[in-house]
Every structure is written in structure tokens, then in C-alpha cells.
Design a protein around this ligand. Structure first.
Ligand code: GLU
Length: 326
């Protein structure tokens, strides 16, 4: 029987990192071929096309680069791949996953993975994560689930996953919803059916910028006041609690919201913004009255990605539909 085709792209990150000398820190230097060599079992599961598209720490990945990776991944599907796996850094994994998920219109899975321990480190988790990611990308039950992150034996939906620990092996979780599935004795086991997804067209402009600012105690409004003048096309606020800011920030937001979209998310890491609970100046009721939108369950970083993509295809008027709380 013919084995299915699988495409793998390496972008860099800890999974691709080694130290040149024992006294130096690790940097990306392990290419896609070498990553593939660390999972010999894969040969029995698929015919693999592996490419190295980048050697970057994930904090240095930008949207233009991601659009080129997306176009490569789409081409692999058109060439008959049953799924695509991308290895990259874990630091920005949740943002990259969200970016791709909004644009991935194929039924075939796009799976992202990485590692918390570098390639030559004792107990390196890269090979196990890569093999798990490939199993997920090849599973028929992974179709119509959009983009998923597979790491540490768990499958997370792009829309929900977050890096919630800086260095632990179990660094990822999906607050509010939990993982979508697990790898059990090498089998892909989903815990819930796929949920409906809204996919956006590719952005036809990419030069715009969206600012993300976090509300913090006793913060002044100097940076906030300058946002419109600096040419940002939108602003996301990581607000206190259920999506709140100080009275002075609320006054400044009212002015900014007359010019660009302003969305307030929660900085707490889990839960939704409120809609109709608090009435003080700077509360969600006040901010909505002043022209801001509330992000619901969408975290500040994912909100910024969404706004960038919507502005890029001139569909920012649909923002509220994408931020529904229920
Ligand atoms: N901890 C990160 C990683 O897992 C470091 C660098 C990066 O995100 O590329 O890859």
C-alpha cells in the first residue's frame, strides 16, 4: 500500500537549536533533514517532503514571513500532502498558530510543534513532539480542525492554546477549554468534535501595524495618547480583570476609538471580558459606550493577530462577529 504524503517545514526555534561550543548558548542550526533523521519511525508512516524555510528564534518571525510559509503549506496540500507539519520556536507558537488558523482553508490538518529542550540536551523533547505532530497530521480524524499545536502528548486548538510556562516541559495549555485531544499509545485521540471555523481571505495589504498595550497600576497615558499619531491602524488593550482600565485610560481610549478600532481583552490569561456587569469609568460598559469593543475569550495577543488580518483584508467591520462571547 502507498504511504500518504506528508510535508514538514522547519522554521527554527529550540527544537532546531544547539550550541556551537559548550560555553555558548544554543542557537537555531539543525535543519529539517536533521530533524527528520531524529524520527526514523516516520519512514513507516509517510512519504515525507521536508524543507527548511527558516532558522529563526520565534520572536523574530514576522507576518510577511508567515504568509510565505502559508503559501508553501497550501502548495504542499495541492501537491497531494495529507497534512502539513511545521516545527518552530515555542515562544510565539500561540500567535503563529492563530495567524495560520484564520487563513487555513483546507480540510487537511496544519500542525505546529516545537520543543522546550534543545536538540542536543538530555531528554530533548523535539523528536517525540515531531513524531506526535506527524501522527496527528496523518490522522483522518484531524481533518476539518484547522490549525492545531501538538506538544507534550497533547493536541491544542490554535484558537485556545497559550504558552503558560516559560521553561517547563509542559509549557502549553488551553485555558477555558482544555486540550482538544491526546496522543494515547501512539494513537490520535480527540476529546471533542471539530468546531465550526470562519476563515479569512489572504490580506491584500501588509504594511499596517496594530499596537498592543497592557493596562497596569498607576500607568500614565503618554504612550496611549500618541498611538493615533504614530500611524497604528488599530489598538488592543490587555485590560485588568474582565476588561477594565483606569479612568484616565478610558478618556484617552474614547478619543482614539474615534479614529481606529480599539479592542479591550483581559490580561488575566483565562476567562472572558465582561459585557454588562460593571458601570464605573473604565469598566466594560463605559468602554463600550466610549467606542471600544470587548474581546470576549480571545486573549490580547490573538486579538492583535485577528485585528491585523481583518484590517489587511478590509473586513474590520466584522470584528464583533469574530469576538462573540458565546
Ligand atoms: N523557548 C523557545 C523555543 O522553544 C525559545 C526560542 C523560540 O521561541 O524560538 O523555541
Amino acid at each position: 500500500m502507498d504511504l500518504p504524503k506528508l510535508a514538514i517545514a522547519a522554521l527554527g526555534g529550540t527544537v532546531s537549536m544547539k550550541a556551537r561550543h559548550i560555553s555558548e548558548g544554543v542557537i537555531p542550526m539543525v535543519n529539517g533533514e536533521a530533524l527528520l533523521a531524529s524520527v526514523p519511525e516516520l519512514k513507516t508512516l509517510a512519504r515525507v517532503n521536508v524543507e527548511t524555510l527558516g532558522m529563526l528564534p520565534s520572536a523574530s518571525v514576522d507576518f510577511e514571513f508567515l504568509l510565505s510559509v502559508l503559501s508553501w503549506a497550501s502548495f504542499q496540500i495541492k501537491q497531494g500532502a495529507a497534512g502539513v507539519v511545521i516545527t518552530q520556536g515555542t515562544d510565539a507558537l500561540e500567535e503563529v498558530a492563530t495567524f495560520f488558523d484564520h487563513l487555513w482553508h483546507h480540510d487537511q490538518p496544519l500542525v505546529l510543534t516545537g520543543a522546550m529542550r534543545s536538540a542536543a540536551q538530555a531528554g530533548a523533547d523535539g523528536p517525540a513532539n515531531l513524531l506526535d505532530a506527524c501522527r496527528v497530521a496523518l490522522a483522518a480524524s484531524s481533518r476539518q480542525r484547522g490549525v492545531q499545536v501538538v506538544i507534550h502528548g497533547q493536541i491544542h486548538q490554535a484558537s485556545a492554546v497559550r504558552k503558560t510556562d516559560s521553561l517547563a516541559l509542559q509549557a502549553f495549555s488551553s485555558p477555558n477549554v482544555g486540550p482538544a485531544g491526546l496522543l494515547v499509545e501512539d494513537s490520535v485521540c480527540y476529546l471533542r468534535p471539530p468546531s465550526p471555523r470562519k476563515v479569512l481571505p489572504l490580506p491584500h495589504q501588509t504594511g499596517h501595524r496594530i499596537a498592543l498595550l497592557e493596562a497596569s497600576l498607576s500607568a500614565d497615558t503618554r504612550i496611549l495618547e500618541n498611538i493615533s499619531g504614530l500611524g497604528y491602524a488599530g489598538l488592543v488593550i490587555a485590560g485588568f480583570g474582565a476588561g477594565h482600565v483606569s479612568e484616565s485610560w478610558a478618556r484617552t481610549i474614547e478619543f482614539i476609538a474615534q479614529h481606529i478600532p480599539v479592542i479591550v481583552a483581559t490580561r488575566t490569561g483565562s476567562g472572558s471580558t465582561a459585557r454588562a456587569t460593571y458601570g464605573f469609568d473604565g469598566s466594560e460598559i463605559d468602554l463600550v459606550r466610549k467606542g471600544a469593543l470587548m474581546a470576549g475569550f480571545v486573549c490580547p495577543r490573538k486579538t492583535r493577530i485577528l485585528l491585523w488580518l481583518l484590517v489587511g483584508c478590509e473586513r474590520q467591520d466584522e470584528l464583533a462577529d469574530f469576538l462573540k462571547q458565546d
